[in-house]
Design a protein around this ligand. Structure first.
Ligand code: HEM
Length: 152
């Protein structure tokens, strides 16, 4: 039987990843890249990148079983709702993921942990997209009335 807490308890994912130091390094690395990214730098608050860094780090620490400081300071995450004000299309999603992939690569992680973290970020980033990709069924981006009448 697994003891609920204390010595011998199963480590949380937060601990397995490397705790506060790991999340601090990962998220700091990510935010070092944001101002250099042509798509993302327009979206993030240039005057408050340190605040943004704190918010993402605190959220991730809480999500993976670490301290719950994010919710103490910010309330329920409701992340999709908090992203509604940003135009997150496929390009923004892919830029975000590519910056995060580079930040993860810099951490030199154990392959299994890296894969666990990466799968989570891919699913989360697709979930945050709020401007859909054009689909083959509906690639039309102009008003249908603009089709010229060629029958006359
Ligand atoms: C899909 C691409 C994404 C884009 C373009 C994007 C963009 C942004 C922007 C512009 C902000 C505002 C920065 C701030 O002042 O805090 C923000 C906030 C935030 N994002 Fe994202 N984001 C994306 C994906 C994600 C993902 C995948 C996660 C989590 C795994 C995430 C977690 C957060 C958190 C925790 C905040 C702060 C929320 C708050 O407390 O206000 N974002 N994001």
């Amino acid at each position: 039987m697994t003891p609920p807490s204390g010595e011998g308890a199963e480590p949380t994912p937060y601990q397995r990843f490397g705790g506060h130091e790991f999340f601090t390094n990962l998220v700091h690395n990510f935010y070092q890249r944001v101002p250099k990214d042509p798509v993302l730098r327009e979206m993030y608050p240039s005057q408050d990148l340190e605040g943004a860094e704190w918010r993402l780090r605190a959220f991730l620490e809480q999500y993976w079983g670490g301290p719950e400081t994010y919710s103490e300071e910010r309330g329920h995450p409701r992340l999709r709702m908090r992203h509604i004000g940003f135009h997150i299309d496929g390009a923004a999603r892919d830029r975000w993921l590519s910056l995060m992939a580079a930040s993860i690569a810099d951490q030199g992680m154990d392959a299994q942990l890296e894969s666990e973290l990466w799968k989570y970020f891919v699913a989360a980033a697709f979930g945050m997209q709020n401007v859909p990709d054009p689909t083959p069924e509906s690639p039309v981006t102009f008003p249908i009335t603009s089709i010229p009448n060629t029958e006359a």
